[in-house]
Design a protein around this ligand. Structure first.
Ligand SMILES: Nc1ncnc2c1ncn2[C@@H]1O[C@H](COP(=O)(O)OP(=O)(O)OP(=O)(O)O)[C@@H](O)[C@H]1O
Ligand SMILES: [Mg+2]
Length: 453
C-alpha cells in the first residue's frame, strides 16, 4: 500500500479535531500538554482509520478492475471483503452484477451460435453485406452454389441497381437475374437492410434462390401444351376441311365420299391414339414415384407381344426374332406397363427399320447399363434399319420429338412412344439406353432390376 494516499486521508480526517484542539489551547481553555496529548491520539486514530479505509477502497478498485474484464470471472468476485460494512455491501453488489452480466454474455454467445447454425444450414444461398456493399459472409448454400462467382453475381447490373435502391432506403428489393457462371442459372435475389445495422459491419442481407428448374418446368409445360394442341390441330383441320368438302363440292360424288371418309376415319383414329397416349403418359407420371410390386415373366410377355406384331411384320416383309437366354427370369414390375415398353420398342423397330430387314428381341440376365452391379434382366430390341444421327439420340425420349416428323406422322406416330417407355422404365427403377449407327441400325436396351428397389 502506498503511504501518500493514507497520509492524505489521515490529514483530512484529523484536520477538524486538531484545529479544534489548537483553538482550545490558544484560548487557554485547555492546557497545552493536554491539547498535545489529545492531538497525538487524534492523529494516531486518523492514521489507523485512514490505513484501513484506503485498503478497503483499493480492494473495491481491484474488484471493479476484475469486473471490467470481458472474460467470465463473476464467480470469484469480490476478491476479498472490505472491513467497512458499507463498502462490504458495495463489493457484494459488484459481484452480483458481474455474475448477471456473465450469464447474459453466455446467453448472447449461445444465441449467436444458434443464429450462425441456422444461417449456415439454410437451404437457400444467403450473403451478408457490409456498409461498403461488399459481402462479409456467405452461408454454406451460397458457397456451394456460387463459390468464387459471388463477386460476379454482385456485379450484375440489375443486382447492383437493386442493392443501390435498398441502401438508398427504398425498402427490400427483389430481382430476377440470369447468372452465367459457374453454370448458367436463373436466380431470384432479394436484398433488404438491417435496421439498425448489426455489430461487425452487417448492414444488409441478400438471399438468392435458384429458379432454373422452375423456369425450365414452366417452359416445358408451355411447350407441351403448344405441342399437344398442334398435334391435335393438324388432323382436326383435315377433318373440318373434309366435312366442308363433303357438304359442298363432293355432296353428290359417291366415290370421293368414300375416299374422304376413309381418310377422315384415319385422322380421327390418329386423334384418338394421341389422346390415349397423353392419358397413358399422365397416368404413368402420376404414380412414377411408386415402384410396382407385381412379378412379371418377361419371356412369356415378350412372346405374346411379338406374336401380336405378325400382321405388321408381314406387311413390311420383315423378320421379328425373339431370343431368350437362360436365366432371364421374372422381374418386379407392372405387366401392362412392361408390355407397353416392349410394344413401343418393337413398333419403332418395325416402323423405322428397313423394309425386308430383321428385328431382334433379346432377353438375358445382365448388370445395369450404368452404376453398381445388381441382378437384373436386359431387354434389347435391335433393327438393321437406317439408324438415327448421333445429334438426335439425347432428345429421342422428349415428348413429340421426332427425327423425321413427316415420316413419323405418315406411319401414324404421335412422337410419344419413347417418352412413355422412359417414364415406365423410370417407375420400375430401371435404365434405358438407345444407341444407333447410321446405315447400320438402332439398338434400344432396357435394364430392369429383378428384386424390388
Ligand atoms: N428404331 C428406330 N429407327 C430409327 N428411328 C427411330 C427408331 N425408333 C425411334 N426412332 C425415331 O425416334 C422418334 C421418336 O420415337 P417415338 O416412338 O417416341 O415416337 P413415334 O414413333 O414417332 O410415335 P409413337 O411411338 O407415339 O407412335 C421417331 O419419330 C423416329 O424418328
Ligand atoms: Mg414410336
Amino acid at each position: 500500500m502506498r503511504l501518500g494516499p493514507v497520509f492524505g486521508a489521515a490529514i483530512a480526517m484529523a484536520a477538524v479535531p486538531l484545529a479544534t484542539l489548537l483553538v482550545l489551547a490558544a484560548s487557554a481553555a485547555l492546557s497545552p500538554v493536554a491539547a498535545m496529548a489529545a492531538g497525538a491520539v487524534c492523529a494516531l486514530a486518523a492514521l489507523l482509520l485512514a490505513a484501513a479505509y484506503t485498503r478497503d477502497v483499493h480492494l473495491l478498485a481491484d474488484t471493479l478492475r476484475h469486473a471490467a474484464l470481458e472474460h467470465e470471472g463473476g464467480g470469484s468476485l469480490p476478491l476479498a471483503l472490505p472491513r467497512f460494512p458499507a463498502l462490504q455491501r458495495l463489493a457484494l453488489a459488484i459481484g452480483r452484477l458481474v455474475r448477471v452480466r456473465d450469464a447474459r454474455t453466455a446467453e448472447v454467445a449461445r444465441l449467436s451460435a444458434a443464429n450462425e447454425a441456422i444461417v449456415e444450414s439454410l437451404p437457400d444461398p444467403l450473403l451478408v453485406l457490409g456498409e461498403d456493399r461488399q459481402p462479409r459472409r456467405a452461408n454454406k448454400a451460397a458457397r456451394e452454389a456460387f463459390g468464387g462467382a459471388i463477386a460476379a453475381v454482385l456485379r450484375h447490373p440489375d443486382m447492383r441497381a437493386a442493392i443501390d435502391r435498398t441502401f438508398a432506403g427504398v425498402g427490400a428489393q427483389t430481382v430476377d437475374l440470369h447468372v452465367p457462371v459457374p453454370v448458367p442459372r436463373e436466380v431470384r435475389a432479394t436484398v433488404f437492410l438491417l435496421d439498425p445495422p448489426l455489430p461487425g459491419g452487417t448492414r444488409a442481407i441478400l438471399t438468392l434462390s435458384d429458379r432454373t428448374r422452375e423456369r425450365a418446368l414452366d417452359r416445358m409445360r408451355a411447350d407441351f401444351v403448344a405441342n399437344a394442341s398442334h398435334e391435335l390441330r393438324t388432323p382436326l383441320t383435315g377433318l373440318i376441311g373434309f366435312i366442308d368438302t363433303l357438304r359442298g363440292p363432293a355432296a353428290d360424288d359417291k366415290a370421293a365420299q368414300s375416299r374422304f371418309l376413309a381418310i377422315m376415319a384415319e385422322q380421327a383414329a390418329r386423334m384418338n391414339r394421341l389422346i390415349d397416349d397423353l392419358l397413358l403418359l399422365s397416368r404413368i407420371e402420376l404414380d412414377e414415384h411408386q415402384p410396382p410390386l407385381g412379378r412379371v415373366d418377361l419371356a412369356s410377355l415378350c412372346a405374346r407381344v411379338v406374336a401380336g406384331f405378325e400382321p405388321q411384320t408381314a406387311k413390311r416383309r420383315m423378320a421379328l426374332l425373339l431370343a431368350v437366354a437362360q436365366g432371364a427370369a421374372e422381374v418386379t414390375g407392372d405387366a401392362d406397363q412392361l408390355a407397353q415398353v416392349v410394344q413401343n420398342l418393337i413398333d419403332n423397330a418395325l416402323k423405322y427399320g428397313r423394309e425386308g430387314g430383321t428385328v431382334r428381341v433379346e432377353l438375358a440376365p445382365a448388370s445395369p447399363l450404368q452404376g453398381p452391379v445388381r441382378p437384373g434382366i436386359r431387354l434389347v430390341v435391335a433393327d438393321d434399319g437406317p439408324g438415327i444421327a448421333r445429334q438426335h439420340l439425347p432428345r429421342l425420349t422428349e415428348r413429340f420429338y421426332r427425327v423425321d416428323a413427316g415420316r413419323s406422322r405418315a406411319v401414324g406416330g404421335t412422337g410419344l412412344g419413347l417418352a412413355i417407355v422412359k417414364h415406365i422404365v423410370s417407375r420400375h427403377r430401371g435404365q434405358l439406353g438407345i444407341s444407333s449407327e447410321e446405315g447400320r441400325g438402332t439398338t434400344c436396351s432396357v435394364w430392369l432390376p429383378i428384386e424390388p428397389p
